[in-house]
Design a protein around this ligand. Structure first.
Ligand SMILES: [Ca+2]
Ligand SMILES: [Ca+2]
Ligand SMILES: [Ca+2]
Ligand SMILES: [Ca+2]
Length: 508
């Protein structure tokens, strides 16, 4: 996991524990020391092709974030080696990392429904590299199951790139890319391809192919191994480790209870000899044990919540209630050997200490299906951002020496944020994250929504991003607030038709 924020990095440096491999910033495409953002717009029309999808890069500076230098990224860019088409859905998943180790972060963006030949929905991942002026739209590579060196073949609805994660799994100072795919029509139900960074960028040498059949709990079952991925250095050995969710895994007799498999990094990259399986039956996990249809791991994030220089893992489970999915989050802490399930923190959306506002308790659903991490109070410990893509609020839990605690949290209510002033059914909190956009102090909190628009025009939803600049005393808006839509003045690509889902994915 790349350290977030300069303050955090400085603290870690002072402790002499900075992983040699960790770049100093989370997503700095031009290498100027200010973090940048990339926002995916899944349904953006491009050159007349509906839902071709796009992404927008926004560049941090000493000033508040602006649309200056913003970039509109579509498959029409020469570095994509492709062209926009109906329903390609570029922007499904967006991750950032320094794959070629030149000190500028690079970006990987999946186009989930891209066809390869007659294989509809085979999916591709577009990799573009950072340069002095920002993301280079002329230098890039397209990856798919048809790429030489990647095992398997393109098939219909493979959805190569359904999940993406970045980590330095071999600790060579260059970030590596993990790509999840699905395939439900064969014996395996999901795969993960691991591709390593090199001075020339993502390479095929040494690539690995993990399958549910080899590494799942119940081989042959429809477990959707690789549905979600998250990377972090859970054991603090300076090599990132990989969490692979199989949310539809059967645990005991409980169908779709969900499991998460942890693979540890090594000098040779991700190793598969010693792995770890986490389910709700693991010792120390909160809640009621493995329960059918709870889909553990259908959202995950990593951060160092207790500041011990080992990354920790937050996991969502659906927690079914009479009215549907309610949501819960488990936080597991890293240790010298591996992630610990004992001593984990349990956050239950129905706990009145979690959702303290009764008006919002009624709306709770899918709480935790959006997760993010960043150091929002600059105390050297990451904070956990929990949202739903269903309700109109989220929570920030502040990290401490004892990890995440129920007593140190704040709710974020959409109604309290200025936004565009006319929000309806907005899918507030669809994606959440943090980045040190102005290069100082705490990280900024970033919250996307999909459906900014007017009530009488339900499908004017352009999407938008809220940026909160935390101040002292954990005042999340203490140093300011901004709101952008794809049509904000000066935004590259402004003027497209509505229903873009700008904010579907967030790379920071
Ligand atoms: Ca780079
Ligand atoms: Ca590497
Ligand atoms: Ca490790
Ligand atoms: Ca930790």
């Amino acid at each position: 996991m790349r350290m977030r924020g300069r303050t955090h990095t400085a603290l870690v440096l002072a402790a002499g524990l900075l992983a040699a491999a960790s770049p100093a910033s989370a997503a700095d495409f031009d290498g100027d020391g200010h973090e940048d953002l990339v926002v995916g717009a899944l349904f953006r029309e491009v050159e007349g092709f509906g839902s071709a999808g796009s992404a927008t890069a926004l560049y941090g500076s000493e000033q508040p974030l602006s649309t200056n230098r913003s970039q509109f990224i579509t498959q029409a860019a020469p570095g994509m080696h492709d062209e926009p088409w109906y329903g390609d859905n570029l922007g499904w998943a967006t991750v950032t990392g320094d794959f070629d180790g030149d000190g500028r972060d690079d970006v990987a963006i999946s186009a989930l429904e891209e066809s390869i030949g007659r294989h509809y929905g085979a999916g591709v991942v577009q990799v573009l590299y950072g340069a002095r002026d920002g993301i280079s739209l002329s230098r890039g590579r397209q990856l798919s199951a048809a790429t030489a060196g990647i095992k398997g073949k393109p098939v219909q609805d493979l959805h190569f790139g359904r999940a993406l994660a970045v980590g330095d799994f071999d600790g060579d100072g260059r970030d590596d890319l993990a790509i999840g795919s699905q395939r439900v029509t064969s014996r395996w139900a999901g795969t993960v391809d691991l591709l390593y960074g090199s001075p020339r960028g993502i390479q095929m040498t040494g690539s690995r192919h993990l399958t549910s059949a080899q590494h799942g709990l119940s081989p042959g079952g429809l477990d959707y191994f690789g549905w979600k991925l998250a990377a972090g250095d859970f054991n603090g050995d300076r090599r990132d480790d990989l969490a692979v969710a199989a949310p539809f895994e059967t645990v005991g007799r409980e169908g779709s209870a969900g499991a998460v498999k942890i693979f540890y990094g090594s000098r040779d990259g991700i190793q598969t000899r010693v792995t770890q399986t986490i389910t709700k039956d693991s010792p120390g996990m909160g809640g009621d044990g493995a329960v059918a249809s709870e889909d553990l791991g259908s959202a995950m994030t990593t951060g160092d919540f207790n500041g011990d220089h080992r990354d920790d893992l937050a996991l969502y489970a659906a927690k079914r209630g009479p009215g549907g999915d309610i949501g819960e989050v488990h936080v597991l802490y890293g240790s010298k050997r591996r992630l610990r399930t004992r001593g984990s923190t349990y956050l239950d959306a129905q706990d009145p200490r979690v959702i303290t506002d009764n008006d919002h308790l009624e709306q709770v659903g899918f709480w935790g299906l959006s997760l993010g991490a960043g150091d929002l109070d600059a105390n050297g410990r990451d904070d956990l951002i929990v949202s739903s893509n269903f309700t109109r609020f989220g929570n920030v839990f502040f990290g401490s020496g004892r990890g995440i605690r129920l007593s140190a949290q704040q709710q974020i209510l959409e109604d309290d944020l200025p936004g565009d002033g006319a929000q309806v059914g907005s899918e507030f909190g669809w994606a959440v994250g943090a980045a040190n956009l102005n290069g100082r102090g705490p990280d900024e909190l970033i919250i996307t929504e999909l459906m900014t628009g007017r009530e009488d025009e339900p499908c004017t939803g352009d999407g938008g991003i809220h940026i909160l600049y935390p101040g002292n005393a954990r005042n999340l808006r203490g140093r300011g607030y901004e709101f952008f839509t794809p049509n904000s003045p000066g935004m590259a690509g402004a003027g497209g038709p509505g229903c873009q889902a700008w904010g579907w994915s967030l790379g920071s």
